[in-house]
Design a protein around this ligand. Structure first.
Ligand code: PEP
Ligand code: MN
Length: 338
């Protein structure tokens, strides 16, 4: 349920309403807009008499929320969420390209890539240190040492760091090293991990699971937000379909669909969606025009020798071309004013 208050409602009146709702076991989420204040009700609202709330002097209208996601629901929020990642903003008209290797492999590799993607306009550096590999015999990442190398690359370039967390025991390490904590596709429904990440102070990039619906993605965001961390960015990275010509099928329709449902920013990852470097450019362009708030693109200085995801990785020169096109297309991006 959301309660829209009349303009000019006083702080004390809001506090009284919150206290009354709290006495019925209802938690509240306040969203302060330019003209209106919206109170989102979280909990079992079946006992709340809608007519009684509607009749209050300060209330303009009351609406039941059908969707099971509340904190992540656009109806709870007046405006698009703008996430500030160590000074780089995503959402609400702010656009960023996150670029870097699938895995951190060496100091030379990550620093060289970081320098090049920054020159091309990337706003954040990605790099996996803990890798979720299908085979236990494949390279699993440099782990803590990988995070240290990312910090070096950040020191050199100033680019904030994005890296994937797989286990809650690593949270202290991530709090120190990483600016945007990635929850990968394979862990989208690791609810215990989501709850712990929800207690972190860093923003979270939540990737859609390989075979998960948009509603399930939003419910996973809800887990993080319900634990207290409201700074969640959603990422569409392709889903499993019967198609085999691409690694996954990029569900670009997720952008307009999510824009209507949620205030959270949406990033598109054409690299993992397509699986082949020559297919990244067209989908990066399409995602930009569809109105994504950002892109995540894998870049490697020697894709043929990459320890992970070489076939989909762009060279720094290829990335430079894609980034230029994307920035040229930004003025034509679809705008949503829900
Ligand atoms: C990644 O970003 O390197 C990754 C493993 O992505 P996903 O979880 O989308 O497969
Ligand atoms: Mn990868």
């Amino acid at each position: 349920m959301v309660v829209v208050l009349k303009p000019g409602t006083k702080e004390e009146q809001i506090e009284n309403l919150k206290a009354w709702l709290s006495s019925m076991g209802i938690n509240t989420h306040i969203s302060q807009g330019m003209n209106h204040t919206i109170i989102g009700l979280i909990g079992d609202t079946s006992a709340v008499d809608m007519e009684l709330v509607k009749a209050l002097d300060i209330v303009e209208n009351v609406q039941r929320i059908q969707e099971p996601f509340k904190n992540a629901n656009r109806k709870f929020h007046n405006e698009d969420l703008v996430v500030d990642i160590a000074g780089k903003k995503i959402g609400g008209g702010n656009f960023q390209i996150i670029a870097g290797p699938c895995s951190v492999e060496s100091e030379e590799q990550v620093c060289e890539i970081a320098k090049r993607v920054k020159e091309s306009g990337a706003g954040l550096l990605r790099g996996g240190a803990f890798k979720p590999r299908t085979s236990p015999y494949a390279f699993q990442g440099l782990k803590g040492d990988g995070l240290k190398l990312l910090m070096e690359a950040k020191e050199m370039t100033g680019l904030p760091i994005v890296s994937e967390i797989m286990n809650a025991v690593h949270i202290p390490m991530f709090e120190e090293a990483v600016d945007l904590v990635q929850v990968g596709a394979r862990n989208m429904q690791n609810f215990e991990l989501l709850k712990e990440v929800g207690k972190m102070s860093k923003p979270v990039l939540l990737k859609r699971g390989l075979a998960n619906t948009i509603d399930e993605l939003l419910m996973s965001a809800e887990y993080i937000m319900a634990s207290g961390n409201e700074n969640v960015i959603l990422c569409e990275r392709g889903i499993r379909t019967f198609e085999t010509r691409t690694r996954n099928t990029l569900d670009l329709s997720a952008v307009p669909v999510l824009k209507k449902l949620t205030h959270l920013p949406i990033v598109i990852d054409p690299s993992h969606a397509m699986g082949y470097s020559h297919l990244v450019k067209p989908m990066a362009m399409a995602a930009t025009v569809a109105g994504a708030d950002g892109l995540m693109i894998e870049v490697h200085n020697n894709p043929a020798k990459a320890l992970c995801d070489g076939p989909q990785s762009l060279t720094p020169d290829q990335f430079d071309e894609v980034a230029k096109l994307v920035f040229e297309l930004r003025p034509f991006a679809c705008k949503y004013d829900y």
